[in-house]
Ligand binder design. Sequence first.
Ligand code: SAH
Length: 362
Amino acid sequence: MDHQATFNLLDLDREALLELLAARGDKPFRATQLMKWVYHRQVIDYAAMTDLSKEFRAWLSERVCVDLPSVASDQRSRDGTRKWLYELADGNCVETVFIPDGERGTLCVSSQVGCPIDCSFCATARQGFSRNLTAGEIVAQLWLARAALDAESTGQQVTNVVLMGMGEPLLNFQAVVQATNLMTDDLAFGLSKRRVTLSTSGIVPAMDRLAAVSDISLAVSIHAPTDSLRSELVPINRKYPLREVVAAAKRYIGADRYRVVTFEYVLLAGVNDLPEQARELARVLRGVPAKVNLIPYNPVDGIHYRRPDDATVDAFRAVLQAHGLVTITRKTRGEDIDAACGQLVGKVQSKRRRDRHVEIRK
Ligand code: SAH
């Protein structure tokens, strides 16, 4: 029966929490109090929430848990990058990376255990897909990272979140939206919508659905200027071809002239790094308020691609800039702990794993 159901508080954005409390006749301020304890003060023990009534606390203890994964490993790179492996309740693991950069601290969070997209160059793809994360499991990555950084009093903070860890966030739509709602809610993490970025391989209908319910920033993994090459690298391109993806990106930002879409382009030596391909990319992106992030390939064991040399990367960037595109080359961070872009692998316990793809690193 439904009245016995228990909830993970981290699964509930403000609206869902209000609804749950309203169903038992509570006033909205209860939600405010509870969220402030959990997200602002980082307190999850109801007994310590002294401004809540005894009756409310008793009900919470019975019906609402705060589920946090355990930390299976915690690694630090020479350059300050940090990688946590979190173990979920069912034994699956996901990785989360913190990248400090001056005042800024970017947390790269995962949205799925593994990934079904199968990009030819990506480490996560090789472990196959196990399952979607719940909203609470996505939120917990930020909750735990922030708590760990605060406890260390190093002054490091999460100022930005990117959904660029393991998984395709738009294939886990509902949970990702709930989680990002909490990330941008003042009663929870309070990050500005410009500082929460979802990266997608280009699931066109879900890009439109997202535009209807959210205004977080969007990044699109483009990686090639033609359909034939993109289909090879990002197989979902056969379903949602390049031009449709670019058109959906343009619709996403609509008429707001202060917004841009970030296009990510992993540079693979001899595959997609020619100046002619940069010119073609500029043509494809014409008319879209765009910024390009070039990501020189981070090598993955057992995958044959190579990173182009610096001169090739610079030349590619110069062509895009000459076409008026703001282009940056993403620095490689955390390479010594396999925390760089596209190097994340968790650990899959599910029986539904695609065994031929499983790779257990830890
Ligand atoms: N599924 C989402 C999030 C993926 S990770 C997406 O496709 O956008 C974020 C970025 O890292 C993507 O652009 C992805 O293509 C890129 N990436 C994956 N493997 C990489 C590697 N080995 N080196 C550099 N970038 C990589």
